[in-house]
Design a protein around this ligand. Structure first.
Ligand code: F6R
Length: 363
């Protein structure tokens, strides 16, 4: 039931602090300051982590790639399931394969998992539906606790995937001797702070609703970001195109000059995800470049970023400051709300967008 919400998608966006908190508490022991070990999950001798999913789930995997490599020194390869299963991937003996799926029924992801199992790899599924085919067939199930997701556009399942992946990346760092006890405890504290930060982030609703009317007029919307905010840019673009039918694409901010900048003109809007982190000044120069060419630029940042930008963006969405593993989950709230309100302004069918199905059980 939608309760007081207008759409399931809106309700599911608002449920996130609760369900992400619920998911994290399955992975973390805040009293001990530790990630709970999960039976069978051992990254210590892994040669490589393969991550496979479709759509939003694959973007969660791409964000996690930054985490596993930086925190655990574990090489990661992320693939879209429909490509992975047909490209005859080369395996190494100690590869671990992680599949990400909300439904646990996506045909391509399921077949990719069966292929890895047949090749003798340990298969882990990060799944939201505990009774699904993938949950039954995987060697190891890592659950997300988002609860049933009704809106076709994935929101709460995505952020629960990110929460679980962040915890698993810390676990990998511990198992591989890269993270000591003190560092582990500080990651756990930061992760436990995510639900509170997401709840604060939801208060930007008014700022976003305000921008949505104008954004609904854009012919093209480009999303830019660096590091984890590059896959987040692609997720933001996917969400917008799915429910508002505006052509949107996400790019790595550094790629702008290598092609996409040719698209920039007056009726193009550019959303730049630019938290005030070590790459802020680089992302800021992308803002200046597209602004100088006439695009309308909306920066998604925090208070420090907002102060530094000082008029350089056409509009600013100010999120609570979030560091490290927490930052992408907070930014997710902004891209979800933006897509949602643009779609509401356009009057589209938010929960049942045209041509899309919630669960893609045929390839
Ligand atoms: C986007 C969306 C899809 C799914 C994809 C995978 O909003 O919902 O891109 O993420 O179809 O679905 P699952 O996670 O069920 O395998």
């Amino acid at each position: 039931e939608k309760g007081n919400y207008r759409h399931f998608m809106q309700k599911e966006i608002y449920e996130q602090p609760e369900v992400v908190g619920h998911t994290l508490s399955g992975y973390l022991d805040p009293v001990a300051g530790e990630v709970r070990p999960r039976e069978g999950i051992d990254f210590s001798a892994a040669s490589r982590l393969l991550i496979v999913g479709c759509g939003t789930a694959s973007y969660a995997g791409q964000i996690a790639e930054y985490w596993f490599e930086a925190l655990a020194g574990l090489p990661v390869e992320v693939d879209i399931a429909s490509e992975f299963r047909y490209r005859k991937p080369a395996f190494m003996p100690n590869d671990v394969a992680l599949f990400i799926s909300q439904s646990g029924e996506t045909a391509d992801t399921l077949e990719a998992m069966r292929m890895c199992k047949a090749a003798g790899l340990t298969t882990i599924v990060l799944v939201n539906s505990p009774l699904s085919t993938m949950a039954r067939e995987a060697d190891i199930v890592a659950p997300t606790m988002a609860g049933p997701e009704i809106g076709v556009a994935s929101t709460k399942a995505f952020t629960c995937q990110l929460g679980s992946l962040a915890a698993l990346a810390v676990l990998a760092g511990v198992q591989r001797g890269r993270i000591d006890a003190a560092e582990q405890a500080s990651h756990v504290t930061r992760l436990m702070g995510i639900p509170g930060l997401m709840a604060q982030a939801l208060r930007i609703e008014d700022q976003i609703n305000h921008l949505a009317g104008e954004l609904a007029q854009a012919s093209i919307v480009l999303y830019l970001g660096r590091n984890e905010f590059f896959p987040m840019a692609m997720e933001g673009a996917l969400k917008l195109k799915e429910i508002s039918y505006i052509h949107a694409e996400g790019y790595a901010a550094g790629e702008l000059k290598h092609g996409p900048i040719a698209l920039i003109e007056d009726d193009v809007a550019v959303i730049v995800i630019a938290p005030y982190d070590e790459l802020f000044t680089k992302t800021r120069s992308s803002i200046q470049e597209v602004r100088a060419r006439g695009a309308r630029v909306i920066a998604i940042t925090d208070d420090l970023g907002a102060a530094a930008l000082d008029g350089e963006a056409s509009a600013i969405i100010t999120l609570p400051r979030a560091e490290g593993l927490a930052a992408p989950l907070v930014a997710a709230v902004a891209v979800q709300l933006l897509a949602y309100y643009v779609a509401v302004h356009k009057g589209t069918d938010v929960d049942q967008p045209r041509n899309l199905a919630k669960s893609v059980t045929v390839e």
